[in-house]
Design a protein around this ligand. Structure first.
Ligand code: S3P
Length: 205
């Protein structure tokens, strides 16, 4: 849900390569605007695996948009739904054809300890780390994030960065989401996943 500029656009057809994550689900985490959906879709195309976006799946399951869910049911209800949907998607993807794939999560999902456990069980976590100024420029293009509609967006983003970055840092792999073509970020993810699966005990950062 963070395709600020290219929603609905099909990813370019690119040569497929070996998937270093095998049948584990590659789970992208990070703040709003980090590029989880945009980069995730391209990563999946490159690896020849399925791509899913948790926000989109939550909207389908609920029959309403994320802002509507926040407005009608509140954030705690959204979080409960989010955790359940992610668990189901991880289970389904790890049994899928082919098993594994790429899952882009909403920015708050990884903050839940049970969700972190589920991700560790079925997948490999990849934090797309980005500078707050870059995130703010990206999210300014869309108006679909309820958390950024309350008060000053910069203040909210800085608070979320302070709360979340120490937890995101638990991810297996950390990749800087820089202002570069998405395909370059995809290259970095694949390279770091290769390093991580060669030495899974240590983080590939
Ligand atoms: C949220 C991020 C959003 C969406 C919801 C809450 C968050 O997803 O799940 O608005 O808590 O950071 P994106 O990170 O895909 O924008």
């Amino acid at each position: 849900m963070e395709d600020e500029s290219e929603e609905g656009e099909a990813p370019p057809v690119t040569a497929q390569i070996d998937n270093p994550a095998g049948n584990r689900v590659i789970v992208l985490i990070g703040l709003m605007g980090a590029g989880k959906s945009t980069v995730g879709r391209r990563l999946a195309a490159r690896l020849g695996v399925n791509f899913l976006d948790t926000d989109a799946e939550i909207e389908t399951a609920a029959g309403m948009t994320i802002p509507e869910i926040f407005e009608k049911h509140g954030e705690p209800a959204f979080r409960r739904g989010e955790n359940k949907v992610i668990e189901r998607l991880l289970q389904d993807m790890s049994k899928g054809t082919p098993p594994g794939g790429v899952l882009a999560t909403g920015g708050g999902a990884y903050m839940d300890p049970q969700t972190r456990e589920n991700i560790a069980h079925y997948g490999v976590s990849v934090w797309l780390r980005a500078d707050v100024e870059l995130l703010l420029r990206r999210v300014a293009r869309r108006n679909n994030r309820p958390l950024l509609k309350q008060g000053d967006a910069r203040e909210t983003m800085l608070r979320l960065r302070d709360e979340r970055y120490p937890v995101y840092a638990l991810a297996d792999v950390i990749v800087d989401s820089v202002e570069a073509p998405h395909e370059e970020v995809v290259d970095m993810i694949i390279e770091k996943l290769g390093v991580y699966f060669a030495h899974p005990q240590g983080q590939a950062q």
